[in-house]
Write a protein of this length. Structure first.
Length: 196
């Protein structure tokens, strides 16, 4: 009986060490893909990530796959990858934000708004989600909602010139030339100080 128990324990240890190796291998592939992507080797990064079995992919792996596919202009496939990232981790606000970006680019404004709102619900201090939400509202002609989103974006990140430019535009559309001028002046000062 002792021999059987010892063999079972040894078998379990060998099995667990194999699982650790597979996990470490997947992690290594994730790191390799990040390096390739950072060097703008998009296709090789994709190939490395796609080699990770689906049931072993992290939310970050799915997000990266979505980003790569979006870069390749394969938006339907990117949307699938982002949805998988959210399934693995419902708090993945970046996947929700990127989904919103695809919808915004496709002029599916209500869908974009819904995704940005989900991202903001998870991470309220994500200025770009507020900004892009404002852009979606602006396209729909919902000027007050756009203004509120742009103001929130500026409150979170006051170093982004585009936030001010769109605020100037919205205030102009809302017939408030004084505030429009103020935000346009801020934009112009920031633009001059930037190394465009």
């Amino acid at each position: 009986m002792k021999k059987i128990l010892t063999l079972l324990v040894l078998g379990l240890c060998v099995s667990l060490s194999g699982m650790v190796r597979v996990g470490a291998e997947d992690n290594s592939r994730s790191e390799q893909a990040k390096l390739l992507y950072a060097e703008n080797n998009i296709r090789p990064a994709f190939d490395v990530l796609i080699s990770i079995p689906e049931d072993k992919r992290t939310t970050e792996n799915w997000l990266f796959l979505g980003n790569i596919l979006h870069d390749m202009q394969k938006n339907d496939d990117a949307l699938y990858m982002y949805s998988q990232a959210v399934i693995v981790s419902p708090k993945n606000y970046k996947a929700l934000y990127n989904t919103g970006n695809i919808y915004l680019d496709s002029n599916k404004l209500e869908e974009a708004i819904a995704e940005y709102k989900k991202a903001i619900k998870i991470k309220d201090d994500f200025a770009y989600a507020h900004y892009n939400l404002g852009c979606a509202y602006l396209r729909l002609g919902k000027l007050k909602d756009a203004r509120n989103s742009f103001l929130r974006a500026v409150t979170i990140n006051n170093q982004e010139p585009d936030f001010y430019y769109n605020l100037a535009y919205v205030y102009k559309q809302l017939n408030n030339p004084k505030l429009s001028k103020e935000y346009l002046e801020i934009y112009n000062k920031m633009y001059k100080n930037d190394d465009f």
